[in-house]
Design a protein around this ligand. Structure first.
Ligand SMILES: N[C@@H](CCC[C@H](N)C(=O)O)C(=O)O
Length: 287
């Protein structure tokens, strides 16, 4: 089986994009996605994204497999890449290009801006423990600055779902966080029945933060759009941040706004095509 793909990235969070418009199930298996994402024996990526048909209320459906083969509900950097990929597939040019994308986190709306960036209406954050999900608070309570024991240390964390789960810790110096050691302990902590993404945030100013992330199913990545949105919500809820924040990630900056008017999150950032190719399965990578 030969598959055409295009490699994209959003601030170094990289994805293999596949034109799946002709059928409603992904044309690759989760196991094949793991092989494709392998940085030594495959193409190399943080995930595989499929552009599937819409459902009437939407233009397209996005599905994504993480590099470990698991399927998350949403991906912020990925949906900016998807918007550019679809525009390319449709051969569209000009301004006012916007889409309604059906995801497991609801309908998400990216819009291509004239400067080449993509602005995304990321929807409403979910704040109740049952919605994250986490056992850190009662089901119908928010999870704001609650204690979590990790590696023998009690940290104060805030949890936010952007359709996918995020656990945010504010720190004085984000560069000194031992992410490789601590990230997996958060991801697999028993308090998170569906695992979690975890973000460490250093507030430089109320409108400027530095972030590092350990992603569920992908490990350390250079950027995470849903994580940046969740972190700004956590920053506002704990009175550390403004509602409009520049989030500096290892791969670059995202502009995040948690609107006081409609309470929705708006994320603006780049998405860049890198190369195209054709892949034939089985990949001969001895896995
Ligand atoms: N990098 C993404 C998030 C991808 C999904 C995540 N790993 C999960 O399992 O929830 C983003 O930019 O939001």
């Amino acid at each position: 089986m030969a598959i055409e793909f295009t490699k994209y990235h959003g601030l170094g969070n990289d994805f293999i994009l596949i034109d799946n418009r002709h059928q409603s199930e992904p044309i690759c298996t989760q196991r094949q996605a793991v092989q494709m994402c392998d940085r030594h024996f495959g193409i190399g990526a943080d995930g595989v994204i499929f552009a599937l048909p819409g459902d009437g209320a939407s233009d397209y459906t996005m599905r994504i497999f993480n590099s470990d083969g698991s399927e998350p509900e949403m991906c912020g950097n990925g949906i900016r890449c998807l918007a550019k990929f679809i525009t390319e597939l449709e051969g569209k040019t000009g301004t006012a290009i916007a889409y309604k994308i059906n995801t497991a986190a609801g309908v998400i709306c990216p819009e291509l801006l004239t400067d080449g960036q993509v602005k995304v209406d990321m929807g409403l954050p979910r704040l109740l423990a049952a919605e994250i999900p986490t056992t850190l608070s009662e089901n119908n309570l928010k999870v704001i600055d609650v204690p979590l024991e990790v590696a023998g240390q009690v940290l104060s964390v805030t949890c936010v779902s952007m359709g996918n789960p995020h656990c945010i810790t504010f720190v004085d110096d984000v560069a000194s966080v031992p992410l490789t050691e601590i990230g997996p302990l958060f991801e697999h902590h028993p308090a998170f029945p569906e695992r979690t993404n975890t973000e460490f945030i250093e507030v430089v100013r109320p409108d400027y933060v530095k972030m590092r992330v350990w992603e569920r199913g992908a490990g350390i990545t250079l950027a995470c759009g849903t994580g940046a949105c969740a972190s700004v919500v956590a920053g506002v809820l704990t009175q550390r941040c403004d509602r409009q924040v520049t989030v500096e990630l290892p791969g670059g900056c995202l502009q995040i706004e948690w609107s006081a008017t409609d309470q929705r999150l708006y994320m603006t950032g780049p998405a860049q095509a890198v190369f195209q190719g054709q892949l034939t399965f089985p990949i001969n990578n001895n896995q």
